[in-house]
Ligand binder design. Sequence first.
Ligand code: PRT
Ligand code: ZN
Length: 294
Amino acid sequence: MTTERIRIALQKSGRMADNSMELLIKCGLHVDRSREELFCRIKELPVDLLLIRDDDIPGFVSDGVCDLGIVGENVFAERRAGAKEAFGASILERLNFSHCRLSIAVPENGPISSVADLANKTIATSYPNLLQAFLNENNIQAHKLEMSGSVEVAPRLRIADAICDIVASGATLMANNLRELTTVLKSEALLIRSSAMLSPEKEAVIRRLLARMRGAVMAEDSKYIMLNAPRSAVEKIAKLLPGCDSPTILDLNRGDMVAIHAACKEAVFWETVEKLQAAGATGILVVPIEKMTA
Ligand code: PRT
Ligand code: ZN
């Protein structure tokens, strides 16, 4: 009997491609392939990868061509919002990378200063379904101008009064003399799955992969902190450790000093290190965590 293999759709090339592949590698899947290949077989688990354009991923998963997919929430939500019937794919996990937002932006110093001012205006976008849902929610009638790219130039060309597009750092808006009016959707990379009934064999592989992915995502920002401190400072220091409720306290053979070890589930910034020092911590070591379970 041949083992049933699950199929995961990933972006072939583009902003999400490398991070998606890195995540799978962190999950113990070794991918040897050239970028040109569309299909990629994994040796360690019964998993195959299909490398396609991000716009095709929600459809491939909802049609059951692929069982799982990694895709930006903006792309998934737009496709789902445009579906005529119940969409055959759902969110399995948020993956905490490729953060961006779908926003409405307007010319700096232009006449539009509130969402209500968008009434009867023309908004250029590649996200007509999400934009329409936003306009409906806000009871606004406006015209949509669908563009597949370079949306940010539409106001300058005087073909639109506003845009609804992806913003990350905001540099593109600034370069085009636009300012953000409001956010329509916050987005990050998602693991999505097909709603189709899968065999128990496939479900078991998905469960294993999902547990590994959660571990990798959780470990991403996590750090292991080790430091020394006077016993009297333990309480204060414990409160400063980000995302850690119960540090380990070890006696040191040095007066009233202890060692504090803690797995912090949130990023440890320099500001935190400086606060720990001010609270009496010395010999602070912050090391990355590779894998983590709940
Ligand atoms: O070829 P394919 O169709 O697969 O890829 P694509 O060209 O459609 O998408 P791609 O690779 O550009 O982006 C893939 C996904 O990355 C998007 O769907 C988002 O979920 C996510 N992402 C994260 C971004 C950005 N950051 C981003 N900055 N997608 C697009 N942008 C663009 C945006 O369109 C705008 O032009 O970058 C500009 C804004 O960036 P800032 O930093 O100047 O604000
Ligand atoms: Zn695309």
